[in-house]
Design a binder for this molecule. Structure first.
Ligand SMILES: CC(C)(COP(=O)(O)OP(=O)(O)OC[C@H]1O[C@@H](n2cnc3c(N)ncnc32)[C@H](O)[C@@H]1OP(=O)(O)O)[C@@H](O)C(=O)NCCC(=O)NCCS
Length: 177
């Protein structure tokens, strides 16, 4: 498995990936990823960083986006990570999240945030392992298809904690090199 910046070759396999991901996980994209022409348009973008996790046979099994905010939060990046349910638990999500964090450092952003449903304890642990800390709890903030409300956790990674965060994520060597 490799994590690669989004390139023209990835368009069709990424669209297949978006169609495979269950609807319940589509909220994590925070964009209507099935909209016609959307993925092709991403190839022309300057700032957002998008990457895919690709298996040996070229199948896209995961996706990460680091979306810089605008206006008074232009120092903040918003991270989205989704892995194909069939490929979870193999370290793909962690690699994609690391890629997104490195991208935020390279772009000079000083804070990166990610929103995770509070019930998703393993996902929260994954981000904490990369130096993210829970910063806010939004009660009953998201509603699933059955109408059940869930709390949302906002985790943040700040440059103030960067060196300890990078040490825990094993990122210092990558940045130095
Ligand atoms: C969160 C998500 C990206 C994790 O992807 P993944 O490829 O399964 O994660 P990894 O295999 O890299 O696992 C990372 C860590 O979390 C743990 N973990 C991940 N999913 C787990 C699960 N369902 N049960 C137990 N542990 C789990 C792993 O054990 C690993 O910890 P470790 O290295 O200490 O063993 C994936 O579950 C997903 O796409 N979820 C839906 C979208 C979402 O919630 N995205 C996050 C907010 S945008």
């Amino acid at each position: 498995m490799d994590v690669r910046p989004l390139a023209p070759d990835h368009v069709a396999p990424l669209q297949d990936f978006f169609r495979r991901v269950p609807e319940s996980d589509h909220n994590s994209f925070a964009e209507d990823v099935l909209e016609a022409g959307l993925v092709e348009g991403w190839l022309q973008e300057d700032r957002p960083r998008r990457a895919v996790a690709v298996d040996d046979d070229g199948t896209v099994i995961g996706y990460v986006a680091l979306l810089p905010q605008v206006g008074w939060s232009s120092h903040v990046g918003s991270l989205r990570v989704v892995v194909d349910p069939a490929a979870r638990g193999r370290g793909v999500g962690r690699e994609l999240a690391r890629y997104g964090l490195l991208a935020s450092f390279e772009m000079g952003l000083t804070k990166t945030v990610v929103e995770v449903v509070a019930d998703a304890v393993p996902a929260i642990g994954m981000f904490q392992g990369l130096g993210y800390e829970p910063e806010a709890l939004l009660r009953d903030h998201v509603c699933d298809k059955a109408g059940k409300k869930h709390d949302l956790v906002v985790l943040a990674h700040s440059v103030e904690g960067t060196w300890s965060g990078m040490a825990s994520a094993g990122l210092e060597d990558e940045l130095a090199g």
